[in-house]
Design a protein around this ligand. Structure first.
Ligand code: ZN
Length: 262
């Protein structure tokens, strides 16, 4: 049986999109370009940890001339200057994967100062124009609450996927939970209103192979945003097995919590 969540299968997935005529674009391209093709996939990467895995994914994307957006956190396992420089040099978009409300324990004014400080840091590497929230499932703070009082557009930010993507026309895929139907157990990384419509259309996938097959048979929607966490994708057996086991355990814990909270 072919292992899922390897760099090789990620490459096959991108190639299957490309062969079907999808453009592979960054989030800022979606926001800025007015001559977008009819079919595209916005490639989004949340660098939660193991920043070096971003390079493995970026190499694949560069090879097939894709663009993508890489969102980095402030924590040391993500915020790696050498890695960020390489990502930018390879032609990709860099953005801020923010979690200021949870790091500042819900103090909204402190979180705003924190956000501005770190935005300036990431702008040393790239003219950051887009941001996206880190879900932080263990935290009781939803970092999007910062925008109840402040407006990121005042800080030169043109988009945040949770607010600035038209999910009426764009289908959302995420590898949250190391599966493609993990929205069932995800705390924050999901699009609740539209998910029911997508499910009714049969756009429900578990494995990467399921998506590849759907792409090949032409049943995928024309416009897609796909979020992946490069730390989940490994060719080598040892880190792959570790990630596989760790995520199974996390999913069981999340599922148990959902049952308890019911
Ligand atoms: Zn994240």
């Amino acid at each position: 049986m072919e292992r899922d969540f390897t760099i090789d299968i990620y490459q096959k997935l991108l190639v299957s999109f490309k062969d079907k005529g999808y453009a592979l674009i960054a989030f800022e391209d979606y926001l800025l370009k007015d001559n977008l093709p009819h079919q595209y996939v916005i490639l989004r990467h949340d660098i939660d940890k193991q920043a070096s895995q971003a390079i493995a994914v970026a190499k694949i994307e560069k090879e097939i001339k894709a663009r993508a957006s890489y969102y980095f956190r402030v924590v040391p396992e993500s915020n790696q200057p050498d890695i960020m420089k390489q990502i930018v040099d390879m032609g990709f978009e860099l953005g801020y994967h923010y979690e200021d409300m949870s790091l500042c324990h819900g103090d909204i004014d402190k979180a705003k100062t924190h956000f501005e400080h770190w935005l300036a840091h990431f702008r040393e590497f790239y003219p950051v124009r887009t941001i996206c929230m880190h879900g932080a499932p263990q935290s009781k703070w939803d970092s999007r609450a910062l925008w109840d009082k402040y407006n990121y557009k005042d800080m030169g930010i043109i988009g945040e996927p949770y607010f600035d993507v038209d999910f009426n026309s764009i289908f959302y895929l995420t590898d949250t939970g190391r599966r493609w139907d993990g929205y069932k157990v995800s705390v924050r990384d999901k699009i609740p209103v539209h998910q029911e419509r997508w499910t009714a259309n049969g756009w429900v996938f578990h494995s990467t192979k399921d998506i590849i097959n759907a792409a090949i048979s032409g049943v995928l929607p024309d416009k897609i945003m796909m979020t992946t966490h490069p730390q989940r994708w490994h060719n080598d057996l040892l880190p792959w097995t570790y990630e596989y086991g760790r995520q199974r355990l996390v999913n069981i814990l999340k599922f148990t919590k959902l049952l308890i909270n019911k």
